[in-house]
Design a binder for this molecule. Structure first.
Ligand code: HPA
Length: 274
């Protein structure tokens, strides 16, 4: 494999910069089933992931594989419709690629959305959780391997990874939404299997409110390169064992589709205030 040094990341960024010709204000990564949001972008320039040098290609059906630049509510945004996960076989360090691309093309703030299972039994399917912190007990980190000082230091702080100021704006906008909101802790599991009921009971004891298979790799990369971050989880299902039935990907997709309109309106409102 080619060495992932600073030049490796710069090559993707130069390609994208050359096409979009402007610096985006806000980067957005869309979670599974939430790709409809991209249709809200005006004056679009679309780039296929496969055309970007040193980028990745999504292998999950519900994830598209396009980088879309344009405008929402007067803000310049760049949106990843289709994201990458460790369960697809990508080694952790490769999962730094999207956020580092955002950083190098000038993105100032990033919003990450995901579909998640609700661990907190006071949450309901269709609720939104503004991520305030995360738990990742999986040993590996996307920042393992040689440090690239152009992005950040070897050892870096994660105290305010889900940026307080952005969470405050997200909470204010929540008051204007028809959806129900919480602030909570997201716990990362690698997947692709959904968690076992015993894992979910353990997650609850440890302080998790929701579980999912994405987001933390991007959040850690954002913390490393000092990128302000907002994480939003859609509770697409109650986590394993909460209800007496099996989990399916269809249920995840159905909930995401059902709340797509109010959730999109909410994210647009957040963008307008960032
Ligand atoms: N677990 C992990 N990831 C998920 C879930 C879940 O219950 N729902 C949506 N993504």
């Amino acid at each position: 494999m080619q060495k992932m040094d600073f030049q490796y990341f710069k090559k993707s960024a130069d390609y994208v910069k050359n096409i979009i010709q402007e610096e985006p204000d806000i980067g957005i990564i869309l979670g599974s089933g939430l790709k409809d949001f991209a249709s809200r972008i005006n004056n679009k320039i679309t780039i296929d992931y496969k055309d970007i040098p040193n980028f990745l290609v999504s292998t999950v059906e519900s994830h598209e594989g396009k980088l879309i630049f344009g405008e929402i509510k007067g803000k310049k945004v760049i949106c990843m419709s289709g994201r990458f996960h460790h369960y697809e076989g990508y080694p952790f360090p490769m999962l730094t690629i999207p956020i580092r691309l955002f950083k190098l093309i000038g993105v100032k703030k990033t919003i990450i959305t995901n579909a998640a299972g609700a661990v907190n039994t006071s949450y309901n399917v269709g609720d939104i959780m503004i991520i305030k912190d995360h738990l990742k007990l999986t040993g590996a980190s996307p920042l393992m391997g040689d440090n690239i000082p152009e992005f950040g230091p070897r050892f870096f702080d994660t105290t305010d990874m889900y940026t307080k100021e952005l969470r405050k704006i997200a909470l204010e906008c929540a008051k204007e939404s028809s959806l129900s909101f919480h602030e909570g802790v997201y716990m990362y599991f690698t997947g692709p299997q959904f968690e076992t009921p015993a894992e979910i009971r353990a997650a609850r004891i440890l302080g998790a409110d929701a579980v999912g298979m994405s987001t933390v790799t991007e959040a850690l990369t954002a913390a490393h390169c000092s990128m302000p971050l907002l994480g939003l989880s859609v509770m697409t299902n109650m986590a394993a064992g909460v209800l007496d039935r099996k989990l399916t990907d269809e249920e995840v997709g159905e909930t995401a589709a059902r709340i797509s309109k109010p959730f999109g309106d909410y994210v647009e409102n957040v963008i307008s205030r960032l």
